[in-house]
Design a protein around this ligand. Structure first.
Ligand SMILES: [Fe+2]
Length: 359
């Protein structure tokens, strides 16, 4: 990680061969920094072929198209450049390309049998932390659900975190991806399976987000703020592999899958309500989180931050009706791989009450 880290890409590619398959989204593909990366690779003698059709909440069909284009290219290494969606598509397509797996068979934990084509990931948001996680989230459109693939075979060989790649990220996505990072930290630190090593990362993430998210949103070209947020996102991503998230992320799934609320926005609007629900169990840890944010009340501080960066939305703002809430609560109950991590047990009626509060 560091300013200009992208310049190390060609030498990393050459560990695997001289032909790279680059996965990104249409917005990033138009950016000068993306063209710069392609020319860095070209001048180092690397052949590149580009798939730039990743969409937000990527459906399975996008991964399938990406994997078949990659198979035809015969590339030695995958490079993912973008936000969480582009990185997740690169991670999954790299295993599908090599082995021809049917995607639905990979959902769940440890369902990927073999490692894929080696992968190098460069995030352009801060962020999902996807560059260092074994997780990919895709939209299963036939079920209107977001579903996760969790496997160590999705871990990239290298992550290159260059905060300069975030300098063109607009204020909106800067705000909501930053709130996602904060959610990773809070859900890891108050996790039922929290561990001391990850606690140190999580608390540093809380401090960095508290210190720099507002500056990054208000002044997108502020390099120091971008640096802090990229570091926060990276450390937040490292919290996900060993500890992972909990009820906020579980309850956010139906909002993303059915109503296409961006992941960070969904987390941001649920976070204070889940924190209030967990407060009886997590009060001591909330106090420490509050200290890192420079106040005594962590929940109020999170709400204030969310207001300051404009992610203080309600579910009704995204076309969710009261009558959808019960169905969403039932659907959130299926995300047990995350709900089991929550410090306080969440029943279906608890989930419904949290949705009501966030509606
Ligand atoms: Fe997240």
């Amino acid at each position: 990680m560091g300013l200009g880290a992208r310049h190390e890409l060609p030498q990393l590619v050459k560990q695997f061969g001289d032909s790279a398959f680059v996965v990104t989204d249409p917005g990033i593909a138009e950016q000068a920094s993306f063209r710069e990366i392609l020319s860095l690779l070209e001048s180092a003698g690397c052949q590149t072929s580009v798939f730039d059709d990743v969409s937000p909440d990527p459906p399975l069909e996008v991964v399938e198209r990406c994997a078949s284009q990659a198979a035809r290219s015969g590339a030695h290494v995958f490079i993912g450049i973008g936000g969480g969606s582009a990185l997740d598509v690169a991670k999954v397509a790299a295993v599908v390309t090599r082995h021809g797996y049917e995607l639905p068979s990979l959902f769940g934990i440890d369902q990927v049998p073999e490692p894929g084509v080696p992968t190098i990931l460069l995030p352009t948001t801060a962020g999902t932390g996807s560059e260092v996680t074994p997780i990919a989230v895709l939209s299963d459109e036939s079920h209107q659900l977001k579903r996760g693939i969790v496997s160590d075979h999705l871990l990239a060989q290298h992550a290159l975190v260059d905060p300069e790649l975030c300098l063109t990220l607009p204020p909106g996505p800067t705000a909501y991806t930053g709130m996602d990072t904060l959610t990773h930290a809070i859900e890891a630190y108050t996790n039922k399976f929290a561990v001391p090593l990850i606690d140190t990362f999580a608390l540093e993430v809380v401090r960095l987000v508290g210190a720099s998210l507002v500056s990054a949103v208000n002044d997108p070209s502020n390099v120091a703020a971008r640096y802090d947020m990229s570091l926060a996102s990276l450390l937040g991503g490292l919290c996900l592999k060993s500890v992972n998230t909990a009820a906020v992320h579980a309850l956010a799934y139906p909002l993303g899958g059915r109503f296409h609320v961006p992941h960070g926005v969904a987390n941001s609007l649920l976070l204070p309500h889940v924190m209030r629900f967990n407060a009886p169990i997590s009060s001591q840890r909330y106090q420490t989180i509050g200290e890192r944010l420079g106040v005594s009340d962590a929940v109020a501080a999170v709400e204030e931050l969310s207001t300051a960066v404009g992610t203080d939305k309600r579910m009704r703002d995204f076309g969710v009706e009261q009558e959808h809430l019960a169905e969403m609560a039932a659907s959130a109950m299926e995300v047990q791989r995350l709900l089991k991590n929550n410090p306080r047990e969440v029943t279906e009626s608890d989930a419904l009450a949290i949705y009501q509060a966030a509606w």
